[in-house]
Design a protein around this ligand. Structure first.
Ligand code: PGA
Length: 253
């Protein structure tokens, strides 16, 4: 089963519009003609119009780091899916561990956001992963199963087209921004657990087609080992995605 890899940049709360435009201007020539993998950038909401305009006409997709599940309303500080679509965004991260850790996002909230994204045909990158204490306590498998089941509640009633949009990012929380990476074997093991759980919920065919990305301290020097694992269908990259040359090196692993 060959799944087209997605290499995604999570810029977190970095860059001004000017810096973001400069990144895209330097980056696009470096990846011109690169069609082996899909590429997506996830900037802060205030950067979206500038980044989308700069990427226009290229193969690089742009998405939000977060959306709210309600269509609109009195939700100060949130971004709606309609706002994302209106500026030309096509993807969104959902349930990144920093959202879970600092902003109280639960599996239930993740599930609501996933339903909202799929209703509007936005590609959702659903982030899951265990914290260090859970791994050390031997609970990784349980945590991943619970997160997948929680995120996917009610999804099996949706159309195959909607379900086919879903991407999962496995990001062990202890590897995010720490310079510690899961070994390719550890990551592949976790991916197998996740894929088996997706198969249980949505069927083997859907599970075989679903892309599962790895995230957590992906760098140019470990990208090849991680991404050449059969089970790993791309990467969600934080720190190393902030510079055009290092992100390009990962895209072209
Ligand atoms: P990192 O971040 O590459 O800096 O570890 C990954 C992420 O948070 O998605």
């Amino acid at each position: 089963m060959s799944r087209k890899a997605l290499i995604a940049a999570n810029w977190k709360m970095y860059k001004t519009p000017t810096e973001a435009e400069a990144f895209v201007k330097a980056f696009l020539p470096l990846v011109a003609g690169h069609t082996r993998d899909e590429i997506a950038l996830f900037p802060s909401p205030v950067l979206l119009p500038a980044v989308i305009a700069a990427c226009k006409g290229s193969q690089v997709a742009v998405g939000a780091q977060n959306i709210y599940f309600a269509e609109e309303g009195a939700y100060t500080g949130e971004t709606s899916i309609g706002q994302l679509i209106a500026v030309g965004g096509t993807h969104t991260l959902i349930g990144h561990s920093e959202r879970r850790q600092y902003f109280g996002e639960t599996d239930e909230i993740v599930n609501k956001k996933l339903h909202t994204a799929l209703k509007h045909k936005i590609v959702p990158v659903v982030c899951i992963g265990e914290v260090l204490a859970e791994r050390e306590a031997g609970k990784t498998e349980d945590v991943l199963k619970t997160q997948v089941t929680g995120a996917f509640a009610g999804i099996n009633g949706l159309s195959p087209e909607a379900i086919s949009l879903i991407v999962i990012a496995y990001e062990p929380v202890w590897a995010i921004g720490t310079g510690k990476t899961a070994t390719p074997e550890m990551a592949a093991d976790a991916h197998r657990i996740v894929r088996a759980e997706v198969a249980k919920l949505l069927g083997a065919d859907v599970a075989n087609k679903m892309r599962i990305l790895y995230g957590g301290s992906v760098k140019p020097d470990n990208a090849t080992a991680l991404l050449s694992q059969e089970e790993i269908d791309g990467a969600l990259v934080g720190g190393a995605s902030l510079k055009p040359d290092s992100f390009t090196a990962i895209v072209k692993y």
